[in-house]
Design a protein around this ligand. Structure first.
Ligand SMILES: Nc1ncnc2c1ncn2[C@@H]1O[C@H](COP(=O)(O)OP(=O)(O)OP(=O)(O)O)[C@@H](O)[C@H]1O
Ligand SMILES: [Mg+2]
Length: 436
């Protein structure tokens, strides 16, 4: 499902109610630099440093690893070709706008470093366009943070800690920060990528089959454990490409990248329209992850008379458990604190929230209107633009994207924490990197 602004149709009640909901922001306990120091590949595996250096024989390879991830299809193809000529093998893939699936370089291997997966950490936020991260059908949307790639290690440790507390047996790959040879970016953190131990896990299909063959009780327990881990850790990219079972039947989480959920202390941008990617909450991330996990076990397009999605054959107990966790999710209920504040302030707080909600409601209506107007104007002028030179056309396109980008950033700022009251059952709740 490609998310669009038209999907963000929150009512005044949705906006008002969101003032009463819990919002937990999660910060790294230590600065990222300290994490990089502690989890340094060079320190933990000095014997592999030479092999690693030998892989980066060309400056071009270093720049592919350190530059922001490209959304330009020609650039992606060129990067893939360059890496492939230098013996990199691809573990990830990307669906292009045309529907073609090509190898992608967000997870690669190299024969000189057997047993390790290399994960470039370039920013997922393109300069020219606005992208939505994973989302669900109740309007929760994640927005990528420029350092999400590097936050894989703090997120992995967060998941490990919560699994330990909750007594949930899971396996996580060892992950380290490796310095990109010949790379000297001004922001020193951009000189690193993540290198992960390659785990022996079942394929996506084998993982599904293994779950399908489980008893009702086993499916229920697995769904409960995964659901609880997602809710408590805020792990939102809960796709079966990232969560697998091992041949022994253990849960393995191989990709622990957050999306705008973890942040560094003091990292909040000065201007509110540049707050993109810095506002994820634990509750929102948990809801996105839980919906995403559940939806992968639903028969897309098949719904009951009450509008509920139907489980894929053989996954009924698994899906039922996740459904009940979603239905009982306390993150959509007013907090005790908001209720106490309302009563003790003799209604002053609810009144302030009411005025604030009215402002947000009107601002969102105005901005979505502006968004449509900018788009329509651009469409109307498209035939005229065809007559312009290539450079002029590019210039017009750049201006159009810049205006759209600003409006979308403002919409994001006002809309970021407003889940919908009424759940609309859509066939899928995933919008991975949908570009506007
Ligand atoms: N540590 C690992 N051990 C084993 N396999 C791995 C590991 N890391 C990645 N992979 C394989 O590479 C694939 C892509 O890796 P990863 O999830 O990190 O990239 P991605 O770009 O985030 O992909 P996606 O968006 O599909 O999650 C995984 O689905 C898995 O098959
Ligand atoms: Mg992944």
């Amino acid at each position: 499902m490609v998310f669009s602004v038209e999907d963000m149709n929150e009512t005044f009640l949705d906006i008002y109610r969101s003032n009463f909901l819990p919002r937990t922001y999660c910060f790294l306990e230590d600065p990222l630099e300290e994490w990089i120091e502690t989890y340094s590949f060079e320190k933990h595996h000095p014997e592999l440093v030479d092999s690693l250096k030998n892989i980066f024989i060309k400056a071009k390879i270093s720049s592919i690893f350190s530059d922001p991830l490209s959304y330009d299809e020609d650039q992606i193809r060129r990067n893939v070709q360059e890496l492939s000529q230098n013996h990199f093998q691809f573990l990830a893939s990307k669906r292009l706008r045309t529907g073609t699936i090509i190898p992608y370089y967000t997870a690669v291997e190299h024969p000189r470093l057997p047993g390790w997966v290399l994960k470039p950490c370039g920013s997922k936020i393109p300069e020219s366009s606005f992208i939505f991260g994973p989302a669900n059908s109740i309007n929760d949307m994640a927005y990528f943070h420029p350092h999400d790639g590097l936050f894989r290690i703090p997120m992995k440790e967060r998941i490990r800690r919560i699994a330990q507390i909750e007594n949930i047996p899971i396996k996580l790959p060892q992950k380290f920060y490796a310095r990109i040879p010949f790379c000297n970016k001004q922001n020193s953190q951009e000189n690193y990528f993540v290198i992960a131990e390659k785990m022996e896990v079942l394929s996506i299909q084998q993982t599904y089959e293994s779950i399908r063959s489980m008893s009702t009780a086993q499916q229920t327990l697995l769904a409960y454990r995964l659901g609880r881990l997602i809710q408590l850790s805020g792990f939102l990219d809960a796709s079966m490409s990232n969560i697998r079972l091992t041949p022994e039947g253990a849960i393995a989480i191989i990709d622990t990248e957050p999306a705008g959920f973890l942040k560094e202390r003091g990292d909040l941008p000065r201007f509110f329209w540049s707050a993109y990617g810095h506002q994820g909450t634990l509750e929102k991330s948990g809801r996105i992850g839980l919906h995403l996990l559940r939806d992968q076990f639903c028969d897309k397009g098949v719904v009951t008379s009450s509008g509920k999605a139907v489980a894929l054959p053989g996954f009924e107990s698994f899906k039922e458990m996740l459904d009940s966790m979603i239905d009982q999710d306390t993150s959509l209920k007013p907090t005790f604190k908001s209720k106490v504040l309302s009563v003790l302030s003799f209604g002053v707080f609810p009144l302030i929230w009411l005025i604030h909600s009215l402002f947000v409601f009107l601002a969102l209506r105005f901005l979505t209107d502006q968004y449509s107007k900018i788009q329509q104007k651009h469409l109307k002028r498209a035939p005229v633009y065809q007559l312009l030179s290539h450079t002029e056309k590019k210039e017009k396109e750049k201006k159009y994207k810049k205006r759209l980008n600003l409006v979308l950033r403002l919409i994001h700022y006002f809309q970021k924490d407003i889940p919908k009251l009424k759940i609309e059952h859509k066939s899928s709740s995933v919008a991975r990197g949908a570009v506007c």
